[in-house]
Design a binder for this molecule. Structure first.
Ligand SMILES: *[C@@H]1O[C@H](CO)[C@@H](O)[C@H](O)[C@H]1NC(C)=O
Ligand SMILES: *[C@@H]1O[C@H](CO)[C@@H](O)[C@H](O)[C@H]1NC(C)=O
Ligand SMILES: *[C@@H]1O[C@H](CO)[C@@H](O)[C@H](O)[C@H]1NC(C)=O
Ligand SMILES: *[C@@H]1O[C@H](CO)[C@@H](O)[C@H](O)[C@H]1NC(C)=O
Length: 424
């Protein structure tokens, strides 16, 4: 186990073997009390490789739900985050930079490449943390950088992309307005680029904002998506409460850059469809992506959403809910609606569900106290983290997922759970 982890973690390594012995001894002493699985045992060793004169945060204890360690870490800030410019500089030497991107991939993973569409607008440090967690050399990554981002951010992302052959910036960049059409167009741009990226025959596409973080390793995601066998994971319901988003024409107010209704009634949607409501994010089969981008009816629908409110939350859902469109890769229940049990792409904690961090627009921004329950969730990703809010939430998530990746630990993955979702 040690040879696999050596040289791959940040931080000083001189005391590694010392710590290893020390931790092993500790582990033996408390074996069977709190450490129930070998996964946590190995993680404990890995995480304890930090050396710090102050007491360092013990991510293992945090994930185990240790209350005193959680309150210690929740208070602990970090005043030393890498700036966009720091990240750009680091990526000047690709040998050093890409050294942090070497995670093992099984033959099964290499046979099942995944495409990612990342929408970013700030904070290279968080973008890079996410990318490190999901990066594999055989996958492909399109990053859409908001046209209004600072040049420091764009330069940082360019440098990253320059070091990693299968990471690129979308060929067309949008001025992304929250709740506006450009947000959806940004994903469409990446999807279009990814469909024509011939070097990688990806099977699924996952779109992510930088504030998401994986709950499953690439290895686990592949196993789950293979079970899904071409079925997408796309939230899609009909909900009359959202009629206001599509019955009037909306435009971006150039002064406030906010999306506002013109008050003008909008024509009904084309092709006799109903308008669905769902999430902007999902796991889309390749056939679904091809349909969404190229099918003539899908294009008409996309065009129709241009002056609606938050079309990123209606377009995928609308393609999915209208069974008569024959959209590929959607599984329906006996009553003909998309099967909600398959919506496993993203875990979001909505107010008033328990949140140990803070709510922002009714969505929980996770704190360190949330990790204990998060790591048990069935979804592929969790939304959302802020790198500078209780920084150890993201730091410990990264250590946890890196450890699982480095050791190909999938034994705790309940494949039967996913099989039962799709086979009934
Ligand atoms: C909780 O973590 C502290 C270190 O912060 C440790 O001393 C204590 O033994 C842990 N408690 C349990 C129940 O493991
Ligand atoms: C990158 O860093 C390595 C290791 O320090 C060094 O050997 C190499 O010359 C550097 N490359 C460039 C282009 O600076
Ligand atoms: C997966 O889907 C294909 C058709 O797309 C089908 O032929 C095959 O039987 C499916 N595999 C399983 C295990 O359901
Ligand atoms: C659109 O729907 C909302 C809410 O259902 C309603 O209040 C509004 O009057 C509708 N607008 C038009 C132009 O019909």
């Amino acid at each position: 186990m040690r040879s696999k982890t050596d040289g791959r973690m940040d931080g000083p390594r001189t005391t590694e073997s010392e710590k290893f012995t020390q931790v092993s001894a500790q582990r033996k002493a408390i074996k069977g009390v709190v450490l129930s699985s070998s996964i946590f045992f190995m993680m404990f060793i890995l995480i304890s490789n930090q050396s710090d004169s102050r007491k360092s945060v013990d991510c293992f204890q945090i994930i185990e739900g240790n209350a005193s360690e959680i309150s210690f870490a929740a208070e602990r800030g970090n005043d030393n985050f890498a700036t966009d410019n720091d990240i750009r500089k680091r990526a000047q030497n690709c040998t050093i930079f890409s050294g942090k991107y070497h995670f093992p991939a099984s033959q099964e993973e290499r046979d099942f490449p995944i495409a990612f569409s990342l929408l970013v607008h700030k904070d290279a440090v968080q973008i890079e943390t996410l990318l490190r967690a999901i990066y594999r050399p055989h996958n492909v990554y399109c990053i859409h950088v908001d046209k209004r981002s600072t040049s420091a951010l764009l330069d940082a992302v360019k440098s990253i992309a320059n070091c990693l052959r299968n990471v690129f910036i979308a060929t067309k960049l949008e001025d992304v307005i929250y709740e506006g059409y450009s947000r959806l167009q940004a994903d469409i741009n990446c999807m279009t680029d990814l469909l024509s990226y011939t070097e990688v025959n990806w099977k699924y596409l996952i779109n992510l904002p930088a504030q998401e973080f994986p709950l499953k390793t690439n290895n686990e995601i592949v196993k789950i998506l293979k079970i899904f066998n071409g079925t997408s994971s796309i939230e899609s319901t009909y909900d009359g409460r959202f009629e206001y988003r599509v019955n009037e024409s909306y435009i971006v107010n150039p002064k406030t850059l906010k999306v506002e209704s013109t008050g003008r009634r909008k024509d009904p949607p084309p092709h006799n469809i109903i308008v669905g409501k769902g999430s902007a994010y999902g796991a889309f089969s390749r056939k679904f992506v091809n349909f969404a981008v190229n099918d003539i009816r899908a294009r008409d629908i996309l065009k129709w959403t241009e002056d609606t409110f938050s079309p990123d939350e209606t377009f995928w859902a609308t393609l999915a809910i209208n069974k008569q469109l024959g959209t590929p890769g959607i599984k329906y229940t006996a009553s003909g609606v998309p099967d909600r049990r398959l919506w496993i792409s993203t875990s979001v904690t909505w107010n008033p569900e328990p949140c140990r961090g803070k709510y922002v627009r009714d969505i929980c921004v996770f704190g360190v106290g949330d990790l204990h329950s998060l790591v048990l969730k069935k979804e592929l990703f969790a939304n959302k983290f802020y790198y500078d809010y209780q920084p150890y939430a993201l730091i410990c998530m990264e250590k946890w997922i890196q450890h699982k990746s480095l050791n190909s630990l999938t034994s705790d993955l309940d494949l039967k759970y996913y099989r039962d979702l799709i086979n009934s």
